[in-house]
Design a protein around this ligand. Structure first.
Ligand code: FAD
Length: 477
């Protein structure tokens, strides 16, 4: 904790509670929908200092610190930012987080740090997410960012998967002096930070700038290598690696299993987002073509991926973009903020609507979608009311493009090709929660490949924990 003068706490807390928020500024929806640039207007130093001064410095443990999955020391960072000590604040974040420049942009802050801010009781929370991103980028622009590398240990670790879990694990292992090589089936590192989250939420420049820190720190990257197909986990040990971390995510699109799902014009969300948002040079060869978007686009699903697809389709020039969701807005799993932005940009939502058939036109391309109206029935095992079809309520929607954003499954290939590696639920790895150790000695795992689809920050936490587990394992060998 930074030293905050004790007289400040008593005198200032009540005064600070009355400072209004300036609120984050977004670009005008009409302009921003014409490009893939960042939607948020970044903070400037004056605005950052003002916003940080709204923190009332709750007694320890502050709710924001408790709610943050990495337990960033947010009150101390707010104090430093208020004083204009942006680089010191960035350094503080980097003690607990492997990528504050990314989490500051993509974490669902309204559910985590900002959601727990006590100011919510009477006005707006402190904009802790935007402040984290601001100082991390300020540090990069002014003094640069280096990953401190530990003295060489002579141990080699293979990290499989270059998403947030693998990258966080690699960063921590390099700091301990281990030699780290990351393998990924994609041509470039980043995982869903590059191949999933659209540019208007997270610019690729931010991710690649962070990756350049890894390169300078000596982390090696081997792309276009599908572990489980091109080589196995056992091959990695035979090549001389002393331990392996598996951070392969859960990136297989869930199928819809209705007639016409394979028609031209029907896309899976993962491929659609990657082909629309990623520079062609970073895409696998078979994907190096922009998706062809029609006039009327239907996105099916209710999560964050659905919002990302709606907003991407609008930016690709579709005239009408609609979301079809089988429950009501209340049950939607996606964040409200992203949905509001999608609505501002022109997306229209049709609730209690379930597609049951994709229909081709005379040219064999998608032309219409047959849907059925739903009503809500009894709650399911998770407490969400089940959608039940209303018999005879079928109707037809015109649509020349459909994007299926129905959720993700794990890829079973590594579990299937690694003897003794325990998996569950179609391929999720079974691990010790604290160390990430799997049932195979020397093999660790973390991120979406263990938990199922979750968040960047939770994958990062898992990667950092596993790095500590691997370090302990290697030290005891
Ligand atoms: C469209 C979309 C938007 C999202 N938006 C947000 C958001 O705004 N905020 C947020 O917090 N979270 C968001 N998420 C979730 C977040 O991106 C994930 O939870 C997070 O990326 C998981 O990290 P990971 O490292 O476990 O896996 P991933 O990011 O999925 O990375 C796994 C990597 O492993 C590689 N790989 C897979 N199998 C193999 C193999 N056999 N051999 C070699 N390499 C392999 C993949 O190519 C990939 O690079 C979003 C997810 C999606 C799909």
């Amino acid at each position: 904790m930074q030293q905050i003068p004790s007289d400040f706490l008593a005198i200032d807390r009540r005064l600070r509670a009355h400072i209004p928020s300036d609120e984050l500024e977004h670009r005008n929806p009409k302009t921003r929908v014409c490009d893939f640039d960042d939607v948020l207007i970044p903070l400037n130093p004056e605005k950052a200092m003002f916003e940080a001064s709204r923190c009332i410095h709750c007694p320890d443990p502050a709710p924001c610190v408790v709610a943050c999955p990495v337990h960033n020391d947010i009150p101390s960072a707010m104090w430093l930012i208020e004083q204009g000590q942006f680089i010191e604040a960035a350094k503080l974040y980097r003690q607990t987080s492997s990528f504050p420049e990314i989490c500051g942009r993509v974490c669902p802050h309204e559910q985590l740090c900002q959601g727990s801010c006590v100011r919510n009781k009477y006005d707006e929370p402190v904009l802790t997410g935007a402040l984290e991103a601001f100082v991390a980028c300020y540090q990069r622009k002014t003094v640069g960012v280096e990953i401190p590398v530990g003295d060489p240990t002579g141990k080699k670790v293979a990290v499989v998967g270059a998403g947030p879990a693998g990258l966080a694990c690699a960063e921590q292992l390099r700091q301990k002096g281990h030699d780290v090589t990351i393998f990924d089936l994609k041509p470039s590192p980043g995982g869903l930070l590059v191949y999933g989250i659209p540019n208007f939420k997270l610019s690729k420049e931010v991710v690649f700038a962070r990756w350049s820190d890894y390169e300078r720190a000596g982390v090696k990257f081997v792309g276009n290598t599908y572990i489980g197909k091109d080589k196995t986990i056992d091959d990695l040990f035979n090549e001389g690696f002393d331990a392996v971390f598996i951070g392969v995510g859960a990136e297989i699109d869930a199928p819809m299993e209705v007639p016409g799902e394979d028609l031209p014009g029907v896309y899976k969300a993962t491929e659609f987002l990657a082909r629309a948002n990623v520079d062609l040079q970073h895409l696998p060869e078979h994907m190096r073509e922009r998706p062809i978007i029609g006039r009327k686009v239907a996105v099916i699903g209710g999560g964050d991926t659905a919002s990302d697809c709606l907003r991407t389709a609008l930016r690709l020039g579709a005239e009408e973009v609609m979301c079809l969701y089988r429950r009501t807005e209340r049950e939607m799993p996606g964040g409200r903020h992203d949905r509001e932005l999608a609505k501002e940009e022109g997306a229209v939502y049709h609730f209690l609507t379930q597609p049951i058939r994709f229909i081709a036109g005379p040219d064999g391309h998608l032309e219409q979608i047959e849907c059925i109206r739903m009503q809500l029935g009894e709650p399911d095992a998770r407490g969400r009311r089940k959608p039940v079809p209303i018999e005879g309520s079928n109707f037809i929607i015109d649509a020349d493009t459909a994007i299926l954003a129905l959720g993700y499954w794990p890829d079973p290939v590594i579990g299937d090709t690694t003897p003794g590696l325990e998996t569950k639920n179609y391929g999720l790895f079974v691990v010790d929660k604290e160390t990430g150790a799997t049932s195979r000695p020397g093999v660790f795992a973390g991120g979406d490949g263990v938990s199922g689809p979750d968040l960047v920050v939770t994958a990062m936490v898992a990667g950092r924990k596993a790095a500590a587990g691997i370090h302990q394992y290697l030290s005891s060998k």
